[in-house]
Ligand binder design. Sequence first.
Ligand code: GLN
Length: 305
Amino acid sequence: MNNLLKQVIDENRKYTNYGQVASYIPELKNAKRSDLGICIIDKDNKIYTAGNYNTKFTIQSISKPIVLAMALMDNDWTTVFSKVGMEPSGDPFNSIMKLETNDTKKPSNPMINAGAIVTTSLIKGSSLEEKEERMLQFFRRLANNDSIGINYEVYKSEKLTGDRNRAMAYLLKNDGFIDGDVEEVLDLYFKQCSIEIDCVDLARIGINLAMYGIDIESKERLISEKVSRMVKTFMVTCGMYDASGEFAVHVGVPAKSGVGGGIIATVPRRFGVGIYGPALDSKGNSIGGIHILKDLSEELELSIF
Ligand code: GLN
């Protein structure tokens, strides 16, 4: 397996030349475009790695399925889905358009920014600090890594420049989809996006989702089977934004990308996959990462369909 991973990294590194590192969050520009790394953890807890697998980067939108899991554990589902929908939007991740044109004005799903800001607002806690701490603890447990924290440079950079997200959040408040202090909700959202991880952390979260919420090491239940199914279904239908359909055809596994260059993939009862490649395609997905997953899907027959 290690040889296979080295091979897919070497063969697909060329695609990083065709992608761009995200720059709309200024701090993300510092990433190295040619970096490409992968970690796979299998159901027996064997860890395989290649390339820049231990480079740290921010989780960005890969936080969305995890925060969705939290929102579903903290609230009854009727409440959650009265505020966020279940349908792919077919629009870019940061699109604001459907908040006006959808009949209900409800965000289409929790994997795009508007829907994710709603799920963030549903995290329970008596103060912002408590919510942040609960969130970090949840990520740490899922990744089995107590040292996971926030990259404050990226957080500050996004908070300073995140006016598009800010605009969406105020609209969502106006239309009754978020309660409370909008700036607090945004602060928590920017923090969740700025959580720093590496490919091993993502692969660990991926295998725990692949095992339907049971930690492969401690055998402790971290997420209920129902919630883990729900989260993975959203990953299949909406996880790669407006490239989710094509990704399902070519790769066929639940996955989620982030503009930091990460992709998490979870292959039921088999593998958790974490990829890092900050060169992004036009839809904001890691260009090298998508090519690697296509190759691995063929090689290891990963498609769930
Ligand atoms: N923090 C980013 C944003 O809100 C996350 C987007 C992404 O990773 N696609 O714009």
